[in-house]
Unconditional design. Structure first.
Length: 345
């Protein structure tokens, strides 16, 4: 009985002539799947008397090999036909589609412009690690042990260890510390780079952003030198008509300290969301380097003085390109990014 079934299905397989890939798939579903004819015949073979198994086993294996080889032939047949059909669809004489042209990120454009302005004044560019220890990120910069910036809610700590925690840097001032520790005055450098703070993300703030800090240390450096340097920077970047004001402030690493505002470039001083309806936007903090910081870094504070400043590149870019939401900078929307640079990368 089983042998008759095998002979019947063998004739069916040999006579099968598929016209399409769908027909070949129907063949597979009928004969070769888990509940197909081949598997059912092997299940029935288990009930065959022992004396018949030797002969029927050979016949059944040949039947299985026939089904598998025929299906492999069908696959090759329709795969080749499909490839030939696809090739026939292409007109090789047509011009290529080309590649999309990339552009520079607006933050990169503004960073480059800031660097070029300060290079005109003799500033060099210095860089440092983004993962810092407590000494370079806080202690050397005159942050007291109880300062709120050391708390978990303000800083991304990587490793808490007694006396020298490891964290993502909260400012590029740590690069200034390394420069002063490893060199001798005079110093005149800017430190661009990415920094991290545990802040709520909004149109005005983010948990990571970019800074450019500056440091100038020499004999006889005064607050007047600081003001004239920053006046020049603002006029070069925003135009000669930009208004500037300094407000007294406090930073652990500078004394005296100030914050510098410019007239809002978006509302032209009338008041908007970015300037909080005041017409002014703070763009940087600055001040004379605290003598304690100089001494911590091995510099004689009785002989040398200096100034430092720091600004957020996102804030500068907001004002320069009149962008009201700094979250756009990290969303990687090509429609937004492609507006700022027409030069090839």
């Amino acid at each position: 009985m089983l042998q008759e079934k095998i002979q019947q299905y063998t004739k069916e397989i040999e006579a099968f002539n598929p016209k399409s890939a769908d027909d070949a798939e129907a063949f597979r579903l009928k004969f070769l799947v888990t509940k197909g004819i081949v598997r059912n015949l092997f299940e029935a073979f288990k009930t065959v008397p022992v004396e018949e198994k030797r002969v029927l086993g050979k016949v059944l294996n040949e039947f299985k090999q026939l089904a598998e080889s025929r299906y492999a032939t069908f696959q090759e047949q329709f795969s080749s036909a499909s490839s030939a059909s696809k090739q026939a669809q292409y007109d090789l004489t047509l011009p290529g589609e080309g590649f999309a042209v990339g552009s520079r990120h607006p933050l990169s454009l503004v960073r480059k412009e800031i660097v070029e302005i300060f290079k005109k004044l003799g500033f060099t560019v210095a860089e440092g690690p983004e993962i810092e220890d407590d000494w370079h990120n806080f202690t050397a910069l005159n942050f007291p042990p109880e300062h709120p910036a050391r708390d978990m809610q303000d800083t991304f700590f990587i490793k808490k260890q007694e006396g020298n925690d490891i964290a993502l840097r909260t400012h590029t001032s740590s690069v200034q510390v390394r420069m002063m520790e490893n060199g001798t005055p005079p110093f005149r450098s800017i430190m661009p780079g990415r920094v991290y703070r545990n802040e709520a993300i909004s149109a005005r703030a983010h948990c990571f952003f970019h800074q450019v800090e500056g440091l100038y240390i020499d004999e006889g450096v005064s607050f007047a030198d600081l003001k004239q340097t920053l006046y020049y920077f603002v006029q070069e970047l925003f135009g000669a008509d930009t208004k500037v004001r300094f407000r007294p402030s406090y930073f652990p690493f500078t004394e005296p300290s100030a914050e510098m505002d410019i007239s809002c470039t978006i509302c032209k001083g009338k008041g908007c969301q970015l300037c909080k309806q005041t017409g002014w936007v703070e763009i940087l903090g600055c001040g004379m380097v605290d003598p304690n910081v100089l001494n911590n870094c091995g510099i004689d504070s009785t002989k040398y003085s200096g100034f430092a400043f720091g600004m957020g590149i996102e804030r500068i870019t907001n004002l320069k390109y009149e962008i009201k939401d700094l979250r756009l900078f990290s969303e990687n929307d090509v429609r937004f990014l492609s507006q700022f640079d027409t030069e090839l990368i």
